[in-house]
Design a protein. Sequence first.
Length: 114
Amino acid sequence: MFPTGTVGTALLLLRVSVALALLLAHWTPATPFWVLAALLLLALLLVIGFLTPYASAITCLVQLGVALLSGEQHSLHLLLSALNSGVVAILGPGAYSIDAHIFGRRLVTAPTRR
C-alpha cells in the first residue's frame, strides 16, 4: 500500500498532477472564495498525502459533478482528471506521504513466554 522507490515517486507525481488539474480546471477570477478555499484544501491534502483516498474520492466526485452539470467544451478534460483522481483513490498515496507515516507498516513483536 505504501510502495517506495520509483513507484512511490510516480504516485507522488500523480498526486501532484491531480491537485494541479483540480486547481487549474476550476479556478477563475469569478470563483467564490469559499469554493477556492475548498479546492485549495483538497489540493493540499493530495500533495502532502494526508487522507489521500478520501481527498481523491471527493476530488473525483467534484470533477464528475462539474463535468456533468456544466456541459462545457472541456468536459473531456474534467472526465480524464476525474479518472486520475479515482486511480489515486484506489492505489493509495505511496511511501512519500503523511499517510505512510501515520498508517504505514509497523513491526509488532510479541513478548516471549517463559
